[in-house]
Design a protein around this ligand. Structure first.
Ligand code: SAH
Length: 228
């Protein structure tokens, strides 16, 4: 079972949206566990200082290695330590699958201008980014990563097969989906989907996936060729 330990200065953000819907039910049902640790509790002064000015000058504040290290050493009980960071490896569905097989993830949420580089070196921390943009804190990024990971845990989605054809699973985007009514505002559901011919439906869906991926994300198709 996955246990996620979150190191943050804003524990009140959690579980946030992870507490509702599929991830929330899974949390209540004990399919995964969430522990939040307030980094300020590991500060060395009575004000709970966790940050200081950058060496060499520049704007903003940096999270101190001694305080963060103290929190890590009290709570890391084995497994990967991840720092959510725009400088990290961009998160992919493949990485999400790998993370869903871990028993324990310790996740550090940065604030201010980030953390002292020595912490990353000292604990062999893996840096993961959720995209090429800057957030105010790692909490939002950690929640998005965990949302993606938890939905792949056994028993979380009702129908395990429902993840197989999803976007990114075969380096393809998903084909377009339809439901009732069959006609809406003069627009009809593609005839083939009403034919009941499973093989032709599957073929059509695959073609649509290929075409949409070619138009919108040719980089994904290149990845498929690279991995062959
Ligand atoms: N000065 C840093 C950005 C700091 S943003 C830089 O230029 O790289 C503050 C915190 O938000 C970071 O420490 C990190 O934990 C989190 N964060 C911001 N953007 C993120 C992203 N795209 N992915 C993951 N975490 C991010």
């Amino acid at each position: 079972m996955l246990k996620a330990t979150i190191l943050t200065i804003f524990p009140e953000i959690f579980p946030g949206f992870l507490g509702v819907s599929l991830t929330g039910k899974a949390l209540k049902d004990g399919l995964w566990q969430l522990e939040t640790v307030n980094i300020r509790d590991y500060a060395f002064d009575k004000h709970g200082s966790v940050d200081d000015t950058p060496c060499g000058g520049g704007a903003g504040m940096i999270m101190r290695p001694d305080v963060l290290g103290n929190a890590i050493e009290h709570h890391h009980k084995g497994g990967k330590i991840i720092y959510m960071s725009p400088k990290g490896r961009p998160l992919t569905q493949k990485m999400v699958h790998q993370l869903s097989k871990e028993d324990h993830l310790t996740i550090i949420c940065g604030r201010f201008e980030g953390v002292d580089e020595r912490v990353i070196e000292e604990y062999g921390i893996e840096e993961i980014s959720i995209g090429d943009y800057i957030l105010t804190g790692g909490e939002q990024a950690a929640m998005i990563m965990l949302d993606a990971v938890v939905r792949l845990l056994p028993g979380v989605l009702g129908n395990a097969a429902s993840t197989e054809n999803e976007s990114f699973e075969q380096n393809l985007l998903e084909y377009p989906q339809y439901t009732r009514p069959i006609e809406w505002k003069g627009r009809k559901v593609p005839e083939i989907l009403l034919s009941g011919h499973h093989e032709n439906v599957a073929k059509w869906q695959h073609q649509q996936s290929l075409q949409i991926t070619k138009e919108r994300r040719p980089d994904l198709l290149e990845k498929t060729l690279d991995s062959k």
